[in-house]
Each structure stands twice: as structure tokens, then as C-alpha cells.
Ligand binder design. Structure first.
Ligand code: ZLM
Ligand code: CA
Ligand code: ZN
Length: 380
């Protein structure tokens, strides 16, 4: 535990390489690495760079990525480029699930190795005790599989960071508040009790990636060590926070993780281009604050988020929370791209006015009960 009283501020490290924001998935593709540059400017102009340890991250090596990914897939990623697509062996684009969601773009391999390198660096700081909280907003690409990309994710930086943490930590808790199910991470650790995965997400059987129903609880040694919280459109601040706290509190108390990794996907906010929830920035941040309050070493990664002005607001606000700094609501003057934050120029625009809440009290209460039943198995 690192928190021995309200006055103690944890040591926080921030892992970023500005090159990662320069890549483009393609015109009209919803994933915009540019949002990371916007976030970094905002974090810096709010003065947060001065209170954290800053690390310019290096790219992961091929060898490091092979801890999870298959050799032929990593070879493919490292050789493929938009200009040599016609020279590939027949069928490799189909074999590796290349398409509109996961296109081949210029610098794809370097991009993947940069965000993965940042999560690995962050995990290393937690392992050697130089940080109590480590942040990598360029990471959180939770869908990537051992042998193929999925849902905008090519390399699974979260799985790689967890594998590294497992060398020193007996129990890792993974918490995923991205709008989408954290299927890649769940699948990688589905049969072990040394990693507990929990994901909150929109679920109706069709919504991407299609998995994450209540009955996915893990198997063999991992049975009861995966948890899923399927939600409907329009969930609001209070319902989400209450559900989140009432599940995470007993989970941390019974599982007793020695390190926590939280994926903070920003597509669960209201007004997200691909989203359908009604969360405000304060509510999303409250979930991060709650996890931090346990005083357990923590790795925070990004993930989805398709309305760049709100992604950068959120992750800046959460960087503040992780540093125990409450940021003024007015977006600082003389920040590059300030016009993106108009007309309100506030860190807290109203985001909860779009969807009707399709999660009834009865529905949420049933989900809560079913999740708590699952957690009870942990005490044996
Ligand atoms: N089509 N362009 C979340 C990953 C969500 C699968 C339906 C592709 C899109 C989307 C891509 C410009 C995270 C699916 C979608 C069109 C099959 C998804 C390129 C628009 C565009 O205009 C687009 C040509 C593209 C992709 C929309 N894809 C919306 N939703 C999901 C993947 C990733 O947030 O969880 C973590 C980073 N894919 O629904 C289709 C079934 C491909
Ligand atoms: Ca999720
Ligand atoms: Zn997502």
C-alpha cells in the first residue's frame, strides 16, 4: 500500500513518445492518434508535467512482443506496408484480419511498438518501485489477439504489461471501463487465477466485439477470475458509479491484487463518435479516483475515444486525479489547438444529454447481484 493518509501523494510517472501521435489509420477512420498530442498539450499546459516523472518511451522490441504474439504475425506486422501489399503471400490479409477496422497504414509497426514500449516501460517502473502510479495514454489496445489484430488494435500492450508484472506480482487485477468489451485481455488470461479481469461495456450480442456476457467467468484454474458487466445504451453517471463501486470494492477486498491495471477508454463518455453511454468526465474520473483510493500500485492506460476534444479533456482530468491535483475548469490560454475546445472552453462540457437510459433500476440491480455472487467464490 502506498497511501498512508490523505496527505500522502503517490509518485507518478508519465510515459509518452510524441512520435506515436503522428500516425494515421486513414481518412475517415475513427481512431485518431492525434488525440494523444492534444492530450499531451493539455496535460503540459495545466502544469502536470512538473509534478510527474516524465519518460520519453522507446519502442518495444520484437522479442518483447513475442512474449504474447505469434512469430508469423509479428513478422507480418514488421514487413507489411501500404506499398508492398501486392507482394504479400496469397491470403495473408485475410489470414491476419486486415480490413477497414485494422488497415495497413504507413508506419503501422513503429506505431504499435511505440505504444507497447510505453506500457512495458510503465510496468517496469511499478516493478522496481520507482513509481506507485504509471500512466500511458497511448496504450490500452485491448482487442489485439495472439495472431491477429482486432478493433483498431495490433499489439496488445496490456497483455504484454501484465505478463511482465506477473514475473514479480502474484495477483494482477485488470479493470476495463472502455465502452467495448476487453476481449483480448480476458482471453489471454482466461485460464489463470493470477490475473482477474473485469470489463464494463455495452453488450447486446451484436455490438463489437460481440463477447462479454455475464456467463463468461473464466475456466479451469481461471474459473470465477473473469467478470463481465454488460450494459445497455444511455447509462448515466450515478448508475455507472454506483455499479462500479459496488463491484470493485468487494473485488479488491477479496482478490487482494498486488497491482492494478486500469484501461480508461474514453468512448464510454457521452457524445463519443462511436459511443452510446451518457457519462460525464467527472463520473469517468470518479472510477479512476476510486481505484486509486485503495493505495495499490496502478498502471493507467488509454484505449478507445473517438471525439478527440473530449478524449484529451478526460485523460488530462484523470492525470490530475492521479496526481491529487484538482484542475481549474477553464482550458488554459495559449494552448495549441485551443479552438477545438470551444465554444465552452471548459474541461467539463455537458455530455449526458444525448441518450435515454435503457438500463432500468431492476436491470442494474440484477447485474449487481449476479456479479457479487461471482465475487463470493473468491473467498472459497
Ligand atoms: N466495419 N472507416 C473499438 C473497435 C470497434 C465490425 C463494422 C468497418 C467502426 C468503424 C473504419 C473509414 C476500442 C465492427 C465496421 C467499417 C466490420 C467498429 C474505417 C467507421 C469506420 O469510416 C470508417 C473507411 C471504420 C470503423 C466505423 N468499427 C465502428 N465500430 C468496430 C470496432 C476499439 O475502442 O475498444 C479500443 C481501442 N468494428 O463493428 C464491423 C463489424 C468492419
Ligand atoms: Ca470495457
Ligand atoms: Zn472502445
Amino acid at each position: 500500500l502506498f497511501e498512508f493518509g490523505a496527505s500522502y501523494t503517490p509518485r507518478v510517472s508519465y510515459h509518452y513518445n510524441s512520435r506515436v501521435s503522428q500516425y494515421h489509420y486513414g481518412v475517415r477512420h475513427p481512431m485518431k492518434p492525434f488525440r494523444l498530442m492534444l492530450t499531451d498539450h493539455l496535460v503540459s499546459r495545466y502544469g502536470l508535467h512538473k509534478v510527474m516523472d516524465l519518460y520519453e518511451t522507446r519502442a518495444a522490441t520484437k522479442e518483447e512482443v513475442l512474449a504474447f504474439h505469434a512469430q508469423d504475425y509479428v513478422d507480418f506486422l514488421s514487413h507489411v506496408a501500404p506499398e508492398n501489399l501486392n507482394k504479400l503471400p496469397r491470403g495473408s490479409l485475410e489470414k491476419f484480419n486486415i480490413g477497414d477496422d485494422c488497415p495497413i497504414f504507413q508506419g503501422l509497426f513503429e506505431y504499435s511498438m511505440l505504444y507497447a514500449g510505453a506500457s512495458l516501460d510503465a510496468s517496469r517502473k511499478l516493478i522496481n518501485g520507482q513509481s506507485e502510479i504509471a500512466i500511458n495514454w497511448s496504450g490500452g489496445l485491448h482487442h489485439a489477439k495472439k495472431s491477429n489484430p482486432s478493433g483498431f488494435c495490433y499489439v496488445n500492450d496490456i497483455v504484454l504489461a501484465i505478463l511482465n508484472l506477473l514475473r514479480y506480482h502474484p495477483r494482477v487485477l485488470y479493470i476495463d471501463i472502455d465502452l467495448h468489451h476487453g476481449d483480448g485481455v480476458q482471453e489471454a488470461f482466461y485460464t489463470t487465477d493470477r490475473v482477474f479481469t473485469v470489463s464494463f461495456h455495452k453488450y447486446n450480442g451484436e455490438f463489437f466485439p460481440g463477447t462479454g456476457d455475464l456467463d463468461e467467468i473464466g475456466c479451469s484454474r481461471g474459473k470465477h477470475f473473469s467478470l463481465n458487466v454488460p450494459l445497455n445504451d444511455g447509462i448515466d453517471d450515478d448508475s455507472y458509479i454506483n455499479l462500479f463501486k459496488s463491484i470493485i470494492d468487494p473485488l479488491v477486498t477479496s482478490y487482494k491484487p498486488t497491482v492494478i491495471i486500469q484501461q480508461c477508454g474514453a468512448d464510454s463518455l457521452g457524445h463519443d463518435r462511436l459511443g452510446c453511454f451518457n457519462l460525464n468526465i467527472r463520473a469517468h474520473g470518479e472510477c479512476v479516483k476510486f481505484v486509486k483510493s485503495f493505495g495499490i500500485p496502478m498502471l493507467c492506460v488509454g484505449g478507445g475515444g473517438y471525439t478527440p476534444r473530449n478524449v484529451s479533456r478526460l485523460w488530462t482530468y484523470e492525470t490530475g486525479i492521479l496526481n491529487d491535483v484538482l484542475l481549474p475548469s477553464d482550458i488554459p490560454e495559449d494552448i495549441p489547438f485551443r479552438e477545438w475546445f470551444g465554444p465552452d472552453y471548459s474541461l467539463h462540457p455537458v455530455l449526458d444529454d444525448l441518450y435515454e437510459n435503457k438500463n432500468s433500476k431492476k436491470y442494474l440491480e440484477n447485474i449487481r447481484i449476479r456479479c457479487l455472487e461471482n465475487i463470493k467464490y473468491l473467498q472459497g
